[in-house]
Design a protein around this ligand. Structure first.
Ligand code: GLY
Ligand code: MN
Length: 462
């Protein structure tokens, strides 16, 4: 964990942002996978980690905004726990490491919340995403599980988003560690991408790199020669010559900070002319993003600028036609680039997504688009110094989507469907880097994973 002062300071800044009431932050519990004692990998809740730092099960944190009192609720290990899990540090000692001196048994939580409700105090809680915490909140607050998110505290959500969006230097150090592991994962995948190799062999190997570095993957590895499927977790194919392998994978450090990179490489190590032409467009869109991203600029405008680079490149190849700006305004590029340019990244790979994208990625000025493609943009609002974001444009040839748009003549004034047909088996290309917004622009987090065709071919042939 970070130094005690980091957590003390975060909680004090949170209190300053709230008017009054009681903040209730729930940690996560173990969840059974196929029977009670065989649990999923434990992952602490990110907001709980951010304010309370304690990375184990069955905890709750309370911050009294009015009195300034702070509590950790949890139970010390029983003798039975110690027999199975080994000696455990007392909760009191652990709480002191994050600057909290009031520790109470977990059973006191109901009493504390009941008291606050009886006094008519506001209970600030976050929208729950785990069934166990929905059940607990239902018991504590008497709100049905389905309505909990509606009653979550928007004031608390906004306060937490404003704090967690701007990364502290200690957080950037952790993200850079995640990037260093991500670098190893991706260069290893590149070197393994030879015809005849199973995708699962590569996916398993790179996940092992994340584990061996003391963390895990920041989300299930996406790795496939069918990269046109945006989030392809199927690794059951054998790589074939002439295909592209798309790998979208990142590491999560032991402190739970993420990296998230995507690279697309030619199976066997040499791009064909056709692959390279599309690749260069995606790379230009990725580089354009880094040119434009700076404080005060909306990421929605950067997304649209990247879309214009893509539409312009596709027009040069005869795949699109007409006026590029008009095509992007109409949303025609989205047949090829049907997702957003990027998202916040931090303790979660899609940082704070559990709090609601409308609060994390948008504000009063910049509202989400309803247009196909841009509607998937997770971050549209103005960038600020200290934001950590991803830059991940792509071009994909999705046969089912192409067929639908062609049959329904969707944006046929901007798309040359006959030419597109020549690319039906192409697959997809995405290139993703992680950026820190600085005072004047942005900088890449971590050493840039090889990205030019020359760099990739050199790594693959080394
Ligand atoms: N890297 C997966 C995603 O950003 O959705
Ligand atoms: Mn991403």
């Amino acid at each position: 964990m970070f130094a005690k002062d980091v957590y003390i300071n975060r909680r004090s800044r949170l209190r300053e942002k709230l008017d009054s009431g009681v903040v209730l932050l729930l940690g996560n519990v173990d969840s059974p996978m196929n029977y009670r004692d065989n649990t999923f990998h434990f992952r602490q809740d990110s907001s709980f980690l951010y304010f309370f730092g304690l990375d184990f099960q069955n905890l709750a944190g309370i911050i009294d905004v009015d009195s300034g009192e702070e509590y950790i609720l949890g139970n010390d290990a029983s003798m039975e726990d110690i027999i199975w899990m080994g000696p455990q540090v007392s909760l009191k000692e652990r709480a002191e490491q994050v600057g909290i001196s009031c520790v109470e048994p977990f059973g006191q939580l109901l009493k504390r919340i009941d008291q606050a409700i009886a006094l008519g105090r506001k209970i600030h809680f976050l929208p729950p995403y785990r069934a166990e915490n929905k059940l607990l909140l239902r018991e504590l607050l008497g709100i049905s599980a389905g309505k909990l998110s509606t009653y979550a505290s928007v004031e608390l959500i906004k306060a937490i988003v404003s704090l967690r969006s701007v990364k502290e230097p200690c957080e950037l150090d952790e993200i850079r560690k995640a990037c260093a592991t991500g670098y190893q994962m991706h260069t290893t995948a590149m070197k393994m991408a030879q015809p005849g190799v199973w995708e699962q062999t590569i996916a398993g190997t790179i996940e092992g790199i994340a584990l061996a570095d003391g963390g895990t993957v920041s989300f299930p590895v996406i790795l496939s020669q069918n990269g046109q499927t945006l989030h392809n977790h199927d690794h059951s194919q054998v790589l074939q010559n002439g295909r592209l392998m798309l790998t979208d994978a990142g590491a999560e450090t032991g402190m739970h900070y993420a990296s998230d990179f995507t690279r697309t490489v030619p199976v066997g190590g040499k791009f064909t002319q056709k692959q390279r032409e599309i690749y260069e467009i995606v790379l230009a869109a990725n580089n354009k993003t880094q040119e434009l991203a700076k404080p005060g600029v909306t990421y929605l405008s950067v997304h649209l600028a990247a879309a214009e680079v893509i539409a312009s490149g596709l027009k040069d190849l005869g795949l699109m036609k007409g006026d590029v700006k008009e095509a992007v305004q109409a949303g025609a590029h989205a047949m090829f680039f049907p997702h957003g340019l990027g998202h916040m990244m931090g303790l979660d790979v899609h940082d704070m997504e559990d709090l609601g994208q409308i609060y994390v990625g948008y504000d009063r000025e910049i509202r989400p688009s309803h247009q196909f493609g841009t509607a998937y943009l997770r971050l549209g609002r103005k960038l600020q110094e200290g934001f950590v974001i991803t830059d991940e444009p792509g071009i994909y040839f999705i046969p089912a989507l192409i067929d639908k748009w062609k049959a329904e003549k969707i944006h046929s004034e901007f798309i040359n469907f006959d030419k597109v047909n020549e690319y039906r088996d192409f697959g997809g290309i995405r290139l993703e880097d992680d950026l820190l917004i600085t005072a004047t622009g942005c900088e890449l987090l971590g050493e840039r994973v090889p990205i030019t065709p020359e760099e990739i071919e050199a790594v693959m042939q080394s």
